[in-house]
Design a binder for this molecule. Structure first.
Ligand code: GMT
Length: 376
């Protein structure tokens, strides 16, 4: 098939899933055209069957806000026509879904261009519920030729918030279990916190991630155990988290690495992943860690319980309960038998339920259904 993919190309779960999906589709022989304002972050240039089309947004003195959605719609229609795309697949409802709808209408006199919208989380739980975007998000979902969500939780929430009657397909997020692997050798040589247990957190440091809780958990764990925290990513709460580490006297035991391209090389160095979020529609970082045999200590929110089974392949506690989260980390790090069992189970969950080889065919099948529907 010939698929056009649009996503936020910078850091963030939805862009990562979209990019990895495109790469996997290309590996399976599809032609994939990324249409966005920048090259998606995990996209290696020169990959066979991957194409990138930049959206240029001209500014004029009249435009206080340059209309990216319109420039994107124009580019989508142009690329779809020129490369005879079978469909567009947009990730994150606003504004991508509306641009796809416009592109579909622009081409309607000449050809059919269906579009699939994948909802990822904050497009529904934060942006979508905002009064200024509620109506347009609902409209964009209802107008999509296909809708998928990354968890059962997000499907329920979407129906609840927008009163959606169209069918919504749940296609869970996935991980490449070859790329994300345990690496005991690398862990032994980890250049952080020599001889200490390593905790890792990966996110965009938005308030919903509760990154300060990671620092608090580390401080608590360090009462009994030598541990070091790796903070990967960047965003508004990085500064406050650095300040908190200083205030709690643990700044020598926290390394802020900023944005990183190859987290598959960093995760296997760690013993535990911390995901203390207030809400996660899925929790991709937890899955990537599990695939590397790194058990997550996460929060029991949103779609996370669809991925992590408490006490089996990770631990789930309430958001903000630092004591409970720290106790789980300490338990894991001080009981070798428990640790090995949980690390093995985490890897097994990733391999048996979330591997690309299981999930990508679900997208392919869904695309086929969406394209076939128009031919009825
Ligand atoms: O929270 C993020 O990392 C960004 C956000 C996004 O939409 O870019 O992530 C959402 O999509 C990810 C990929 O599907 C999910 O794994 C995250 O759980 C979800 N984030 C939230 O729901 C807060």
């Amino acid at each position: 098939m010939r698929v056009g993919i649009t996503c936020y190309p910078t850091y963030g779960g939805s862009g990562i899933v979209a990019t990895e999906l495109g790469l996997e589709l290309a590996t399976r022989g599809h032609e994939v055209h990324f249409i966005s304002y920048a090259n998606p972050i995990r996209l290696e240039s020169g990959t066979p069957r991957i194409h990138y089309h930049e959206v240029e947004v001209s500014t004029y003195p009249l435009f206080q806000y340059p209309p990216y959605s319109l420039a994107l719609a124009s580019r989508m229609a142009e690329v779809a026509e020129r490369y005879e795309l079978d469909l567009l697949h947009v990730h994150y409802a606003i504004p991508h879904s509306i641009s796809a709808l416009l592109a579909r209408q622009m081409l309607a006199p000449r050809r059919r261009l269906p579009f699939v919208t994948t909802l990822h989380g904050t497009d529904i739980t934060l942006v979508g519920v905002d009064r200024s975007y509620h109506g347009i998000t609902k409209f964009s979902i209802e107008q999509s030729d296909g809708i998928t969500t990354v968890s059962g939780y997000l499907r329920r929430r979407t129906v609840e918030v927008f009163d959606i009657a169209n069918p919504i397909e749940v296609i869970l997020n996935f991980v490449n279990c070859e790329t994300y692997q345990p690496d005991p050798e690398a862990r032994r040589k980890a250049p952080f916190g020599a001889g200490e247990k390593l905790l890792i957190h990966i996110s965009n440091f938005r308030p919903v991630k509760r990154v300060m809780d990671c620092v608090r958990v580390l401080a608590e764990v360090r009462r009994n155990l030598a541990a070091h925290l790796l903070m990967v990513g960047d965003g508004p709460d990085r500064g406050p988290a650095e300040r908190l580490a200083y205030e709690l006297g643990v700044s020598d035991h926290v390394t802020f690495l900023g944005k990183q391209d190859h987290i598959e090389r960093l995760i296997p160095l760690a013993h535990v992943l911390l995901l203390p979020s207030d809400l996660e529609a899925f929790g991709l970082a937890a899955l990537e860690a599990m695939s590397c045999g790194v058990p997550p200590v996460a929060t029991r929110v949103g779609g996370v319980p669809e991925l992590v089974t408490h006490g089996v392949d990770g631990f789930l506690e309430a958001p903000g309960d630092i004591e409970a989260q720290a106790a789980r980390v300490s338990e894991l790090l001080s009981d070798q038998a428990l640790y090995s069992r949980m690390a093995g189970a985490a890897r097994q969950t990733a391999q048996t339920r979330f591997c690309t080889s299981l999930i990508i065919p679900q997208y392919e099948e869904y695309y086929r259904q969406v394209c076939a529907r128009g031919r009825d």
